[in-house]
Design a protein around this ligand. Structure first.
Ligand code: ADP
Length: 465
């Protein structure tokens, strides 16, 4: 192609021929006469002139037709090459008979049938039996389509001569092939992609089942744990009540004995009775703490909210703590916000219990120096800070001391009375009040334990102050 010949259609060509022929008829004689030929000569050469015209137009026609035929053959070969050498399997089948009309090399390679075998088969022969119904319906729909117009795509299962089942993605066009209405099909093997997707799906379903199973197990374990915790709390509460009554008697009567109200005691007896009484008191403190903790854990500890004056709270704690600090030779100090009437909404008893516990620890664990209780209020929070000059707490133990029954083993601390429950209870109570306990400490220099609570009660937005 591209030889420079004009690509004229049939009608323009015929028109040119008609114009040239008429012009020839009309003007050839006149032209000859003008050129000086006599009328006689013109009449004599008329046959020669006509033969010349036919000869020239015949030669032009021959050139045109042979050129056209060559171009058609060339095009056909190109399309054939495109079809044959296409890397994707392609074929054309007859829309009426379903016979294969042409197949390319890639189809032969993919399906394992020779070209001759293909051409003696129908397209239904490469389908699994159960898909033939769907295939016929699809062909039926294609029969009504216009040539070249319909472009259909779909996923089909094909089997090879060796019996392997392939997933093929099909694109097809209605075409005219050697005068028959057929469909040109282009197929792409997507078996691997489909199998990978199915594998992924299976894996995902397996995973979902596994998660569901584990979730059920966890829920069961959780339910068992909740039941166990409740049973433990109930047991502790009952046992604690049962133990407290006789303990009160032991402490009461040993106190009477120790005070000599049941008769005089010698030094040794007084010391021994004192040991019994102190042990009783320790046991009672332990039981009270355990009872407290179990009540909080079981969610049975309800808080009663009321306005609490900060200054009054500080004085109340001071009344209990200052004498203990002074008796140990410590300097006690306390201070609150400037406004003596400033109130917060909280549970008075629980608030005092926590501050007393923090201050009690400060006094208990500080050998020399000071214990200071300070209150600051701002941003919807009240902060009760107890600062001491005690032994301080090593960084790696700061979490542990808030766990139940954890007491530090330092030489200085071991002999000091305690249950290891105070901070665990205080932290839980602080949460109950909607707050928290914060701690800062420098080993060897001292610690600050601060209770921070919202000024407007738990879950308030802190707008009261
Ligand atoms: P308890 O005082 O009955 O032992 P707590 O839960 O109140 O129990 O405290 C846990 C541990 O934390 C204490 O045994 C002590 O070792 C340490 N601790 C608490 N407060 C202080 C403090 N102010 N200074 C140093 N150590 C402290």
């Amino acid at each position: 192609m591209g030889s420079g010949w004009p690509h004229l259609g049939a009608l323009p060509l015929a028109s040119i021929y008609v114009v040239v022929a008429i012009a020839w008829l009309l003007f050839s004689d006149v032209t000859l006469l003008t050129l000086g030929f006599s009328a006689e000569q013109v009449a004599r050469y008329s046959f020669l002139k006509g033969t010349g015209f036919v000869g020239i137009t015949g030669a032009a026609l021959y050139a045109l037709v042979s050129r056209f035929a060559a171009r058609t053959v060339e095009r056909e070969r190109e399309y054939r090459d495109l079809f044959d050498s296409n890397p994707s399997p392609m074929w054309v089948y007859d829309l009426e008979t379903l016979d294969f009309l042409a197949v390319n090399d890639a189809a032969v390679a993919k399906y394992g049938y020779s070209r001759e075998e293909f051409l003696s088969m129908r397209i239904s022969d490469i389908r699994p039996e159960e898909d033939v119904g769907r295939l016929l319906a699809s062909v039926e729909a294609a029969r009504d389509g216009a040539v070249g117009g319909i472009d259909r795509a779909g996923l089909w299962r094909h089997h090879t001569k060796q019996g392997a089942l392939l997933w093929m993605e099909i694109t097809s066009y209605i075409t005219l092939f050697e005068g028959r209405r057929g469909e040109l099909v282009l197929a792409r093997d997507v078996t691997e992609a489909i199998e990978a997707r199915e594998e992924l799906l299976r894996y995902q379903q397996g995973l979902e089942a596994l998660i569901a199973e584990r979730t059920t197990e966890l829920q069961d374990a959780n339910a068992r744990l909740t039941a166990a915790t409740e049973a433990k709390s109930a047991f502790l509460a009952t046992m604690s009540h049962e133990l407290r009554t006789p303990l009160h008697s032991i402490i009461g009567f040993t106190s009477l004995l120790a005070d000599g109200r049941s008769g005089p005691l010698d030094e040794e007896q007084r010391m021994q009775i004192g040991i019994v009484r102190d042990a009783g008191r320790h046991l009672l403190a332990l039981i009270n703490d355990v009872l407290d903790l179990s009540r909080i854990e079981a969610g049975r500890d309800e808080i009663e909210l009321e306005p609490v004056e900060i200054a009054e709270m500080v004085s109340s704690v001071e009344r209990t703590m200052a004498p203990l600090a002074v008796a140990k030779g410590l300097v006690w100090s306390a201070g609150g916000p400037a406004d003596p009437d400033l109130e917060i909404v909280t549970d008075r008893r629980r608030l005092e219990q926590i501050i007393t516990n923090l201050a009690g620890n400060a006094v208990k664990y500080t050998r020399t120096g000071t214990v200071d209780l300070t209150v600051t209020v701002g941003r919807g929070e009240a902060r009760f800070s107890v600062t001491d000059t005690g032994p301080g707490i090593e960084p790696d133990q700061r979490e542990a001391i808030f766990r139940e029954f954890v007491r530090l083993e330092g030489d200085d601390l071991a002999p000091i009375e305690g249950t290891g429950l105070g901070l665990a209870i205080s932290a839980r109570l602080a949460r109950l009040l909607g707050g928290r306990i914060e701690m800062e400490s420098t080993p060897g220099e001292g610690s600050t334990f601060a209770l921070v609570v919202p000024t407007g009660g738990p879950a308030s937005d802190g707008l009261t102050v």
